[in-house]
Design a protein around this ligand. Structure first.
Ligand code: UTP
Length: 271
């Protein structure tokens, strides 16, 4: 079973400026609900018991969202509003399962993952990137099923338009297991069109082995001077860790860019 999830939230969110100059993008409402709550709900439905948030001191707002008890208690005492009581109960439920670690310098996703090392107890854990929403089907739950069946690490995969390929991590696929799952021979971060091994891209859901921490701690900064999780995954594949690309069902929404963020609200309002 996968019981723990980690969520990196310490990035700068430059694509959503100017909003992110004062606000954490993960708290921005998508059809009236903060983006991060969709991600937490996906975890809960997938059977996750503990979630580790990687935040920075610039994103303390995210912790405050879950730790505003005095404010809620005061308001509830005064107003006795059923809606507010239910919202507070929901926040309390989330708070019970969330732990916080800090990455005060955004040195890359790999570096963010490393910050959770001391808290991860089992052999495998789930990682979700909060910019990537997947609606209509619980991708994490389906990936956990594949993980249990094939005893492998798993990453979410989606076909993308070749013209956009240099924006993505791209898979070099190996043996087909079934319609939804392929073994991965390699993964390349943001390849040029001519070098792209396929049109299957990495989407922000990963089931990773705890052994990745050791690999990250030995990594040198890669593209853009950052420590990328993809570089650690490449190393693990070279060391024969089995990785599966899971072609998820459901609809992908990109909430990390302004265009995508606006579109996500419209799509979710149609559900
Ligand atoms: P991105 O690089 O895609 O997003 O990181 P960003 O940095 O938040 O935003 P832009 O690109 O400047 O607009 C993917 C995820 O990894 C986290 C981010 O918070 C995001 O959820 N991240 C990234 C970290 O936690 N730490 C880092 O050093 C880098």
């Amino acid at each position: 079973m996968i019981r723990q999830a980690i969520i990196p939230l310490a990035g700068l969110g430059t694509r959503l400026l100017p909003l992110t100059s004062v606000f954490a993008k993960e708290l921005l409402p998508i059809n009236g609900k903060p983006g991060i709550e969709y991600i937490i709900d996906e975890c809960i439905e997938a059977g996750i018991k503990e979630i580790v948030f990687i935040i920075s001191d610039k994103k303390l707002m995210i912790k405050n969202y879950f730790y505003n008890d005095r404010f809620y208690k005061k308001i509830i005492k005064k107003k006795k509003d059923k809606r507010i009581i239910n919202e507070y109960k929901k926040i309390l439920k989330y708070k019970k399962m969330i732990k916080f670690v800090y990455q005060n310098k955004p040195l890359g996703t790999g570096d963010a993952v490393l910050k959770t090392k001391k808290l991860i107890k089992d052999k495998y854990f789930l990682m979700l990137l909060p910019d990537d929403l997947i609606i209509k089907q619980n991708c994490s739950r389906d990936m956990i099923k594949s993980h249990i069946k094939y005893k492998s690490s798993v990453m979410a995969s989606m076909s993308v338009n070749k013209k956009t390929i240099s924006r993505w991590g791209v898979y070099n696929l190996g043996k087909k297991i079934n319609k939804s799952n392929y073994f991965i021979n390699d993964v390349v971060e943001k390849p040029k069109l001519k070098d792209a091994p396929s049109n299957k891209a990495v989407i922000g859901r990963y089931i990773l082995p705890r052994s990745i921490f050791h690999i990250i701690s030995k990594l040198k900064p890669g593209a853009g001077g950052e420590i990328h999780i993809t570089d650690a995954i490449r190393e693990l594949i070279k060391m024969n860790e089995k990785f599966i690309a899971h072609n998820f069902k459901g609809k992908y929404l990109d909430c990390g860019s302004m265009h995508g963020y606006i579109k996500s609200g419209l799509e979710i309002s149609k559900l």
